[in-house]
Design a protein around this ligand. Sequence first.
Ligand code: GZL
Length: 354
Amino acid sequence: MRRKILTTAIGVVLAAAILIVAVSMVELSGKQTEIWKNGEKDSLTTIGFSQVGAESDWRSANSISMKRTFTPERGYDLIFEDAKQKQSDQIKAIRKFIQQEVDYIVFSPVVESGWDTVLEEAKRAEIPVIIIDRKVAVKDSSLYAAWIGSNFYLEGQKACKVMKAYVDEQQIPEVNIVNIQGTLGATSQIGRTNALEDAAQKYGWNLLEQESGEYTEAKAYEVMSKMLLEHDDINFVYCENDNEAFGAIDAIRDAGKTVGPGGDIQIISFDATREGLRRTLHREILINGECNPWHGEYVEKVIHMLETNELWQKEMYVPEETFYSMPEDMQIMLGGKEYTVQTVTESIVQKREY
Ligand code: GZL
């Protein structure tokens, strides 16, 4: 009997000891995951990240940039949520991050509108929000600490300026262009579309039709096929990312037409992914406007400045180029500034990481 009581007592003490150790190894406060290593308390900065989705090669690179920057070895606990291009899922994810009391919320807003309420909730919870890639249209800009991304209107302006030079050099009498747009309401779609519309008006191009290809290859194939049935005089297609360009090129070829040098239709694209630049090198794509996806390091800089109370820029534009398939580099002037348009080479393609 005594042995039985003794055994039970040892079991209870052991169980309690395991429980105490277990508790010390997990989140002791919602704010930070506190990891005990060799008796040293080591806390990770928790980051809730809501990503648009995985709709394009560009988006995958953007996700890699965040995952590569915010690792436990570098002092972070990254909570990654994929919204599958649905704003409702992004709002749900942000609310979950607030419940989890993360240190920072980072997100790429699938569209610009509809964020005021959830960002006010984050503000009330005193969780700084950093926005990357696309922008939010909110009444109160104090709802977010910083935005990091591209100047999408300028991307479009540069591409249209190069296209104008090509049209003049090739003495093309008439430009009949269709626009396969990105996700409607996304800052990247708004900027690139506006640039095309302004260029078409300025240069007298016929903008025959515009429809969203949702930044995906499949939807762009469907939209391009429809446009080819409706218009037999298309000679340019302005796609708002590479995956749309891939779908459009397949649809053009399936309709018995050609792209590239001396072809029926010339393609303008954006993102300058490795595959997009490979096709630009082989002249399937005429012009490709780079969109830099490497935002992780910039987000980390903002976090560091927030933590050390340094002043930071509210808006940070990432560097990016324009590429094209003609034999030598070109200089273009826009808004009093000179830009170099780079001819794509095999080594540029090989060096491309995404
Ligand atoms: C641009 C980004 C766009 C890319 C697409 O910053 O918002 O979304 O151009 C992606 O590839 O789907």
